[in-house]
Design a protein around this ligand. Sequence first.
Ligand code: ZN
Length: 227
Amino acid sequence: MTHAVKHHPGIPLLEQYIEGTLEADIALAVAAHIDLCPHCQQLCQDLTAEQGLQLELTAPTSSMDSTDFDGMLADILAEAPLEPSATTTKQATHVQVQLKDKTFTVPRALARLVKQQTKWTQLGSIATNKLPAGDKRHVSLLYIDKDTAIPQHTHKGLEITLVLSGQIVDEQGSYGVGDLLINTPDDTHTPRTLPDEDCLCLSVLSAPLQFNKGITRLLNPLQHLFY
Ligand SMILES: [Zn+2]
């Protein structure tokens, strides 16, 4: 049985994603979510069609002129050879990430970055792998072993987490594969994994996490692990 994705980016973010106005590292998380979410794949198709329709409606009527139409048709036909290559790239749907003896499958949207992944940095049962993406935010793969809690923290900026494998539970609910969590500076949470299942996430952070409890001396290395 496949897990039903419950937490989506929402229409405004999807619209910005389609328009190409979303910042690159947020767009990356949204693209990876779409790869995992049939619901948002459908929404994107509908929104794209809607935008196409709007363009058609606003187009000047003179474009119905037969010579222009021939030109448009020629343009469309000229672009046609792109089709087959688009289909072939679809075959490489998933990419694999290796961590010690474990192998995780991650969405196609992350393929280019995962190929450039660096070394895993491990601290206890948490490991991160910083990906060379975005300059405003820190993008990383985040591995959390089973039965592990990340100390309670708030966010100085935006925290986007996309679950790629396993599950995360926090005060607000539980998140499975494909679920996208967006936390802002107003949110405080203590994410943890299930007692018998580890977890891999994509994490996009615009500022370091701020831990609320515990000894700073011990939490500092943890902060560096994430950011
Ligand atoms: Zn979705």
